[in-house]
Design a protein around this ligand. Structure first.
Ligand SMILES: Nc1nc2c(c(=O)[nH]1)N=C([C@H](O)[C@H](O)COP(=O)(O)OP(=O)(O)OP(=O)(O)O)CN2
Ligand SMILES: [Zn+2]
Length: 121
């Protein structure tokens, strides 16, 4: 099995509704995002999937969040912009855009030490 990962980032502000503590206040993160895909096969070039195709799929998704107040951007106007919810939302948004290799997980880091991963496995 081959695992391919592509990373990117976006900058955004957020606050957590209902959170008791400092994260209920408006603050910002440079969110790091990793998309992982798997494939049992390689194509004739030797690729499980082209990094460029994954980057192209991820770019417009993250552009909607970049330099925003996430709490104003659907679906985070309805659900909290936690790292978990952001990871699942990106997973659901990128899944139909990716053909061939199968999507395994999306990980979102709020800081170098703290991340959440969403997978269907
Ligand atoms: N499971 C989760 N826990 C928390 C989330 C989250 O998305 N998922 N988010 C937050 C806040 O957004 C907060 O910004 C991050 O909290 P924390 O890492 O505790 O704070 P700092 O980055 O400032 O780190 P310090 O070590 O306190 O300096 C909270 N929890
Ligand atoms: Zn935060």
């Amino acid at each position: 099995m081959y695992i391919v990962a592509v990373e990117s980032h976006f900058d955004a502000a957020h606050y957590l509704r209902g959170y008791q503590g400092k994260c209920e206040n408006l603050h910002g993160h440079r969110y790091r995002v990793a998309v992982k895909l798997s494939s049992k096969e390689l194509d004739s070039v030797g690729l499980a999937c082209d990094f460029g195709d994954v980057k192209s799929a991820l770019k417009p998704i993250l552009a909607r969040y970049d330099h925003s107040l996430l709490n104003d951007v659907p679906p985070f106007n309805k659900i909290n912009p936690s790292a978990e919810n952001i990871a699942r939302t990106i997973y659901e948004e990128i899944k139909p855009e990716i053909g061939g290799a199968s999507l395994k997980a999306v990980t979102v880091w709020e800081s170098p030490e703290s991340s959440a991963e969403y997978t269907e496995d």
